[in-house]
Design a protein around this ligand. Sequence first.
Ligand code: NAD
Length: 326
Amino acid sequence: MTRVAHAGVGGWGKNVVRVVGELAELAWICDTDEERLSDYAERYPRAHVTASFDELLADPTVDAVVVATPVPTHHELALKALEAGKHVFVEKPPAMRGEEMEKLVALAEERDLVLMPGHLLLYHPGLRMVKELVDSGALGEVACVYGNRQNLGVIRSNENALWSLGVHDLSVILWLLGEEPSEAVAHGMDYLQKGIEDVVFCFLRFPSGKVAHMHLSWLDPHKMRKMTVVGREKMAVFDDMELERKVTVYEKAPWEPASSYGEWRTRTGDIFSPKIANDEPLKLELQHFLRLLADGPGDHREAHDGLAVVRTLDRLTISLRTGAPA
Ligand SMILES: NC(=O)c1ccc[n+]([C@@H]2O[C@H](COP(=O)([O-])OP(=O)(O)OC[C@H]3O[C@@H](n4cnc5c(N)ncnc54)[C@H](O)[C@@H]3O)[C@@H](O)[C@H]2O)c1
């Protein structure tokens, strides 16, 4: 069985470590918080516990490391783990600058190690369904995609709404469209903490002519986790706040009747919700990581997807700071 060392058992990390423990041999648990560590020592008596990341890296029987620590630590820990010859799963985003992420990807390629960023939504069965609708052409040619990720809180101080929330929607948008933007524009405001934007609006234009938009905010009355894809034939909405109807397909489209050339009408047909499997995205995501460990990193697609996301976040940050398109 694959031996995995896990770092970071905080608010989200506790979910990740649970699933790692279900799917692999949890060899080490690491956290700098002694209280959390002793709690985990009781829960997982067969695992070693440590506050030192270096200690788990020194164990030659560890195959892979999972990093679920705060974002500013990701790059350094992932780099150390790759240098120690370990495969790495690292929560999103693996780095806070494009050049740092490029170095991680280059090292993973050089050593032929798996580097997988935690882009959880790419493993959500609802979004997998939307991807199938896009790739099969069922929606017709896609014109635009937009994401809404709003709520009141959680107010972060390590990262702004773009980096904290946008990384999710951006990973989905780039994956659905299969291209990187030619233009990236972001505007936002830091109402609560200087330099940390609470509300961010982003616009992306792609070489194919498709466009995307993201509304990211932790100062909002609505809790929204929604992605809308507008095709020329049909439109699809993924709504993660819905318990049952996660995906809705609208047979709605513009229509140009042959008899009235140049005059556009609209057509409205059925609205339906396909059945979506109830599988836990985190489990599907970590199963994919373990499959990569068994099969090898191949063309390092996951690492490159992570790089495209960080590179685009970098450009959006430049636009946010300068007020100009990047
Ligand atoms: N995929 C998702 O849907 C999702 C959701 C929430 C958070 N996240 C990501 O998960 C990561 C963790 O988030 P969280 O909410 O659990 O954070 P958190 O602050 O609640 O927990 C972080 C934990 O890491 C520990 N830690 C800090 N530095 C460390 C180090 N150098 N070595 C070992 N342990 C260290 C802290 O003591 C803490 O227990 C973040 O990167 C976040 O972006 C992902």
